[in-house]
Unconditional design. Structure first.
Length: 113
């Protein structure tokens, strides 16, 4: 079942480069708060995917920026992207490989202590 147009994906290496640019994308981690605390990409906003419809307003300030969504493996990020599209967000992309791919590539993970 196809639920709207496929979202673009950004590779971890491309994202790493863009995070250091003048206009970095907004990172949205849609995993649970426990998963987020266990390790996430520095600077990511955590809104668990099931809370997104009720909390989309928190992202309105970023509506005109690129938003890169990730979860553990991709399923929740897809649900989150569709919810955001329904709220009028257009500049969305999924992180290819999600947090598993990011971590497997040896890229930095931020943890709360």
């Amino acid at each position: 079942m196809l639920l709207g147009p496929r979202l673009p994906q950004i590779t971890a290496d491309d994202l790493l480069g863009r995070l250091n640019s003048a206009q970095p994308p907004v990172l949205l981690d849609v995993r649970s708060t426990v998963e987020y605390a266990g390790g996430h990409i520095a600077g990511a906003i955590n809104i668990p995917h099931e809370q997104l419809p009720a909390r989309a307003a928190e992202l309105m300030a970023h509506k005109d920026r690129d938003i890169v969504i990730y979860c553990r493996s991709g399923v929740r990020a897809g649900h989150a992207a569709r919810a955001l599209q329904k709220s009028g967000f257009l500049r969305l992309a999924l992180l290819s490989g999600h947090i598993q791919g990011w971590h497997a590539g040896g890229r930095p993970i931020h943890r709360h202590h």
